[in-house]
Design a protein around this ligand. Structure first.
Ligand SMILES: Nc1ncnc2c1ncn2[C@@H]1O[C@H](COP(=O)(O)OP(=O)(O)OP(=O)(O)O)[C@@H](O)[C@H]1O
Length: 267
């Protein structure tokens, strides 16, 4: 067989392979994309947190005070969920329960399938440190530390290696639009800016769930809108779920789901 014939058959073989690859590739790429979409959809539909028939009763002066009266809810990945209700309706009590700070008198709470209702305080604390972020008054900023140091503190607390702190702190402060205020201490920042530092601090250790108790309460409507837009950004970029309480009807429209609480129950 001459050289030309061999070349021709090699060329044919090569071209055939290219054609086969071109034919196969789109299909395998398409099926890979489909597989990924199915996996993502399954993850999206599997609740991050489930609350089942939760009741909470406090003993006040020897009398039972029924604060939560059979709550059922679900938080899915990457959702923005709001709890709305009048003062005293039980929103903070429920948020404390979701965050593992308190346990139900009756009912079940599962966070990433972990039974919060039966776990010890220590075990819940470990999960909370690693997987949750809080924007609560009680977890407010340290007044003597700069914005940078405040955010860094939450990385220390979560046991994140020191080599990762600088880039993560800078990234989180950039996410909330505070790169230029990094070295300011809280009293050198506006209310909205302080709240944005609190957000950066709460997401620095990459929590799956962020809980916020009235995060816009002290802010005017423009600042509240800014905070809500920061929340929407971090849901997208940090893959976090946010559950917050609010009294403010003007921000409800950005929620994926609103639970309305009246006297310890959802209506
Ligand atoms: N540890 C406790 N001991 C006794 N009663 C409590 C306790 N915690 C909350 N309560 C009571 O439970 C009720 C609901 O309180 P909670 O703070 O959950 O309401 P809320 O809807 O968050 O109100 P607000 O919007 O004013 O913050 C209130 O009547 C409160 O006094």
């Amino acid at each position: 067989m001459g050289k030309g014939a061999s070349d021709t058959s090699m060329t044919w073989w090569r071209r055939n392979r290219e054609v086969a690859a071109a034919v196969e590739d789109p299909i395998s790429t398409e099926s890979k994309v489909l597989d990924e979409m199915i996996v993502e959809e399954k993850i999206d539909r599997h609740p991050l947190l489930t609350v089942e028939s939760v009741e909470r009763t406090f003993q006040v002066g020897g009398q039972p005070l029924h604060v939560l009266k059979g709550i059922n809810m679900e938080l899915l990945p990457r959702q923005l969920v709001m709890l709305r209700g009048r003062s005293g309706s039980g929103k903070t009590t429920l948020l404390n329960m979701i965050g593992g700070l308190d346990q139900p008198t009756k009912g079940h709470i599962f966070f990433q399938d972990l039974p919060f209702h039966t776990m010890s305080d220590d075990d819940r604390t470990l999960v909370r440190r690693k997987k949750m972020g809080f924007i609560f008054q009680a977890f407010a900023l340290m007044p003597l530390l700069s914005a940078y140091e405040n955010v860094e503190l939450s990385l220390r607390m979560a046991g994140i290696p020191g080599s990762e702190w600088k880039s993560r702190v800078e990234h989180c402060l950039e996410l909330v639009g505070l790169s230029k205020r990094m070295h300011h201490r809280p009293f050198e920042l506006s209310g909205g800016e302080q709240q944005r530092v609190a957000i950066a601090k709460s997401i620095a250790h990459r929590p799956r769930l962020l809980l916020a108790d009235e995060p816009t309460a002290e802010l005017d409507s423009q600042m509240s809108a800014q905070i809500m837009s920061v929340f929407q950004d971090i849901i997208r970029t940090e893959q976090v779920t946010i559950c917050m309480t609010t009294h403010d009807p003007t921000i409800l429209e950005v929620a994926d789901h609103v639970y309305e609480m009246v006297d310890g129950k959802f209506i």
